[in-house]
Design a protein around this ligand. Structure first.
Ligand SMILES: Cc1cc2nc3c(=O)[nH]c(=O)nc-3n(C[C@H](O)[C@H](O)[C@H](O)COP(=O)(O)OP(=O)(O)OC[C@H]3O[C@@H](n4cnc5c(N)ncnc54)[C@H](O)[C@@H]3O)c2cc1C
Length: 302
């Protein structure tokens, strides 16, 4: 379930292993507002839709991989073994193993003007977008330990970093001293808006009407699972909200696997691809194990 990077990477491995796979995808990848996928080995700066198009085309020769471009609305365990998924088009599908490659949802703060700039000049991840805005006036919209860490991280891309904490920054005296020493300004005045020209950030607007000119901002955004289905099925989540998986991608529900952003706090396309491959090997290994069990059962009978 989920046919973006992690799901398609898993489908490729399983298709090549001659397994029967149904990829269900509602096509709302996390980076859908981004112009380019940066930092993906051999595909640096490729538009997300183009990358997905290549992945889908390369799956065409593997006839055991099929697609349902719809949302999965429910999943339940099947008596005996396996799962049944209900799709939004009214059909159902039974499967012995299930892979959640459903990604995360960015819960953007409800600040005027922020949403249209998201992924274009207001970002979540300096590793993805820092290079494109290097040496420019940057803002870190964040507070607490995470905000402090983000500000220090951003200094790798620009010497002009201002922390806009939108209220009390919740920094310790030591953290404040470090930022001052590194010439990082801190503005704790409440933020009321992000002002842009098209998709380009121009300024951050504070209560009282003052503004701060910035070319780009990095925001620490609260994240949650994009799909409620892993939790509804009983998959355990950790304290950060990631699905708990074993090294081979198995969740706490036997037969249900998970991969991609949904299982980690490190969010990169290359890592999602690798994690999809890893879970697919886990599923294929389990299928081989099932076959071996049946062979032994047959040997017992004869
Ligand atoms: C703005 C932005 C820019 C980014 N830029 C970069 C970058 O430049 N480089 C980089 O390496 N990383 C970047 N990332 C991170 C990257 O987007 C993620 O690491 C990657 O998309 C994770 O892939 P995934 O397959 O786990 O999840 P996703 O790509 O989010 O895909 C999940 C898929 O599952 C589908 N889905 C969810 N629920 C259901 C359901 N119930 N039924 C059917 N389908 C479902 C969704 O619609 C979606 O298609 C960026 C992230 C953001 C937010």
């Amino acid at each position: 379930m989920g046919g973006s990077t992690a799901g398609l990477s898993a489908a490729l491995l399983l298709g090549r292993a001659r397994r029967s796979v149904l990829v269900c995808d509602e096509d709302r990848p996390r980076n859908q507002s981004a112009e380019r996928v940066q930092g993906f080995y051999s595909r640096d700066a490729i538009p997300p839709a183009e990358l997905k198009g290549i992945a889908r085309r390369q799956l065409e020769p593997y006839r055991s991989v099929r697609f349902a471009d719809v949302s999965v609305s429910a999943v339940r365990r099947q008596d005996g073994a396996g799962f049944v998924a209900s799709l939004a088009d009214g059909t159902t599908c039974a499967a012995r193993y299930l892979l959640f490659a459903t990604g995360l949802y960015d819960d953007l703060p409800p600040i005027e003007g922020l949403a249209p700039l998201w992924g274009r000049s207001v970002f979540g991840c300096p590793y993805c977008d820092g290079w494109e805005v290097r040496d420019q006036p940057l803002a870190a919209y964040a507070r607490g330990r995470g905000g402090f860490d983000l500000a220090l991280l951003l200094l790798g891309w620009s010497a002009d970093v201002v922390v806009c904490s939108d209220g009390d920054a919740q920094f310790s005296p030591d953290e404040r001293r470090v930022l001052e020493k590194k010439s990082v300004r801190l503005i704790e005045t409440p933020v009321v808006g992000f002002e842009g020209f098209g998709t380009k950030l121009k300024a951050i607007v504070f209560s009282g009407g003052t503004t701060l000119a910035r070319s780009a901002a990095f925001v620490r955004v609260p994240l949650r699972q994009a799909s409620p289905l892993p939790e509804r099925l009983g998959c355990a989540l950790d304290a950060e909200g990631s699905i708990v998986v074993s090294p081979d991608g198995q969740t706490s529900v036997r037969g249900a696997y998970a991969a991609g952003d949904a299982v980690t706090s490190l969010h990169q396309v290359s890592l999602a691809a690798a994690s999809g491959t890893r879970a697919a090997i886990g599923i294929n290994t389990a299928l081989v194990g099932d076959g071996r069990e049946r062979l032994f059962e047959a040997a017992d009978i004869s």
